[in-house]
Ligand binder design. Structure first.
Ligand code: NDP
Length: 253
């Protein structure tokens, strides 16, 4: 779908090295937005930026670890130096590390909380002034938070992941009360099963197999399906906030 309203936008997409982030960056760029690509894997970002440029778009690869404040500060500076003010932020980077809580995996809990929640907050901290200034100048400004149906649906062994996503969904809703009056749209997107690399970091063989089984049993969403929803959401007229969307594969109840 074409979204001419995106042509003048300057976007930051976190987690752009794979999956939903890559697809979102491509979709925004193909609609004319300038897109800063943030993630840790530099080679992936460089390749994506080159692909986008070859297709006639504009993208900037910015290596960043959202669990590291200095790295986010440096990324924000690189984005500002290259593109100036940002008016569209997609907080998409995330990790999903399921295990029974009784295993006591403090390492995984810390990593999920620091990426999915505090990491998203670091990005909010880095770019909220841009969003409010852009909105103050009469432009459309968006903060999109990619949460998950795990914010609401209970999955055994995914308690901490679900808790981080519930927190992100709640944060997103609460931020609307602060940023909405400044004309900054805040929207939450909660995908269901989507075919990406998300499950590749699971170190519990049974849980890896379980997720693989779900991906075989249910035709999952593609990353492009979710990117399409992000692009639709941020291309509405600026007084319209599609504030909370849940997108599921048709066969996922
Ligand atoms: P991927 O694993 O493909 O993408 C996750 C992205 O996050 C990667 O590009 C990764 O890049 C980046 N990332 C991870 N940690 C960091 C970090 N510390 N700093 C910067 N970037 C980081 O999975 P998805 O595309 O599926 O995930 C995108 C979002 O969608 C996540 O928030 C996930 O929770 C959510 N989601 C996914 C669902 C699914 O079924 N796939 C369902 C519901 C929600 P790099 O490793 O290079 O840093």
């Amino acid at each position: 779908m074409n979204h001419p309203a995106l042509a003048a936008r300057t976007a930051v997409v976190t987690g752009a090295a794979s999956g939903i982030g890559t697809a979102t960056a491509r979709t925004l760029a193909s609609n004319g937005a300038r897109v800063a690509l943030l993630a840790r894997r530099t080679e992936r970002l460089d390749a994506l930026a080159a692909d986008i440029a070859a297709a006639g778009g504009q993208a900037l690869a910015v290596t960043a670890d959202i669990t590291d404040q200095a790295s986010v500060d440096a990324a924000a500076k690189a984005v500002h130096d290259a593109y100036g003010q940002v008016d569209l932020v997609v907080n998409n980077a995330g990790v999903m590390l399921p295990n029974p809580v009784s295993d006591g995996r403090l390492d995984e809990w810390t990593r999920m909380i620091d990426t999915n929640l505090t990491g998203a907050l670091r990005v909010v901290r880095a770019f909220t002034a841009d969003l409010t200034a852009a909105a103050g100048d009469g432009r459309t400004a968006d903060l999109v938070n990619v949460s998950s149906i795990a914010a609401h649906v209970l999955f055994p062994e995914y308690a901490v992941y679900g808790a981080t996503k519930a927190a992100l969904t709640q944060l997103s809703a609460a931020l609307r009360t602060e940023l909405g009056p400044c004309d900054v749209r805040v929207s939450t997107i909660e995908p269901g099963l989507t075919g990406t690399e998300l499950g590749e970091h699971i170190d519990n063989p049974e849980l890896r197999e379980q997720l693989g089984g779900m991906l075989t049993a249910i035709p999952a969403l593609s990353a492009e399906d979710v990117a399409d929803l992000v692009a639709y959401t941020v291309s509405r007229p600026r007084h319209v906030n599609l504030r909370h969307s849940v997108v599921l594969p048709t066969r996922q109840a």
